[in-house]
Design a protein around this ligand. Structure first.
Ligand code: C2E
Ligand code: CA
Ligand code: CA
Ligand code: CA
Length: 274
């Protein structure tokens, strides 16, 4: 049994070394991909719930990898956060998203996700300011999506940064609402302009009674606080009807459109021909 135990240990150790080696390789490749501006930003439409009119897009980044194909953000954002690459990655996405939004005929909003590490960087507001000046994007068109976890590392710093961003005229949205540990107290303490209900609730509308009641309650909360609410992950007509009926402000999800490359958006971004 002892021998078997050691054998198993050696086996796991080998597996672990292999995993660590793969992560190192991937992080080296990611660093190069960021330097070479090889990451791509896709855009997913957000629509007004009342009439289905597209009113903005969320920037979602992807990594086209030579051998692994298109790598989704869940597989490289955590890696970027652990290896000091999230700052250059985030800066790249922000700059690219603002520049792409400037090419749209309609002045639609552009939402960009911020990593917790970015929000805790004291230079974030000046970076955002610089990119707005450089691209010429009106601050009122930019919305930064922030998860609750971003606010706990250094509460004062995060609050200070949020205030400075808002002073620029940029909007801030609370992302993944309801999935954190204290969504309500976060909402009470931070000056968010928008609430995004996480898709884990939306996908259970009319499936689980509790999820349905929770979505309805969050919509009521937004209404009472005068904060617009967006539902993400809307896939079915049934979910859409429910959200419309409950006076949700905006919807995002495959029912409206999937994330797509910048050069495929013209049907939504062009002014209708007269
Ligand atoms: P998120 O901010 O919650 O973004 C929504 C995710 O749900 C996106 O996944 C989107 O493609 C997906 N989604 C949208 N509608 C539907 C739907 O109807 N059904 C389903 N099943 N999924 C839907 P994606 O693009 O894989 O991004 C995953 C996460 O990675 C994002 O979650 C965000 O937290 C992070 N992320 C993406 N791009 C960036 C970035 O540039 N910077 C940072 N810091 N994080 C990013
Ligand atoms: Ca988001
Ligand atoms: Ca989410
Ligand atoms: Ca998220």
């Amino acid at each position: 049994a002892k021998e078997g135990g050691r054998g198993a240990y050696c086996f796991f150790k080998r597996e672990m070394d292999e995993t660590i080696r793969q992560r190192r390789t991937l992080s080296r490749e990611l660093r190069q991909a960021i330097l070479d501006e090889e990451l791509v930003v896709h855009y997913q439409p957000l629509a007004r719930a009342s009439d289905g009119e597209v009113c903005g897009f969320e920037a979602l980044c992807r990594w086209p990898h030579a051998t692994r194909g298109m790598i989704p953000p869940v597989d490289f954002i955590p890696l970027a956060e652990d290896s000091g690459l999230i700052a250059p990655l985030g800066e790249f996405v922000l700059r690219r998203a603002c520049a792409d939004a400037m090419t749209w005929e309609k002045p639609l909003r552009i939402a960009v996700n911020l990593s917790p590490l970015q929000l805790n960087n004291p230079t974030l507001p000046s970076l955002v300011h610089e990119i707005l000046i450089e691209t010429g994007l009106s601050p009122s068109r930019l919305e930064l999506e922030i998860t609750e976890s971003a606010l706990f590392k250094d509460y004062q710093r995060a609050l200070d940064n949020l205030r400075r961003l808002k002073a620029l005229g940029v909007r801030v949205a609370m992302d993944d609402f309801g999935t954190g540990f204290s969504s309500l107290s976060t909402l009470q303490s931070f000056p968010f302009d928008k609430i995004k209900i996480d898709k884990s609730f939306v996908e259970n509308i009319n499936v689980h009674d509790r999820a349905t009641v929770i979505v309805r309650a969050v919509l009521g909360l937004g209404r009472s606080l005068n904060i617009p609410v967006v539902a993400e992950g809307v896939e079915t007509a049934e979910q859409m009807d429910f959200l419309r009926g409950e006076a949700c402000d905006e919807i995002q999800g495959y029912a409206i459109g999937r994330p797509a490359p910048a050069d495929t958006l013209s049907a939504w971004t062009n002014r209708a021909a007269v």
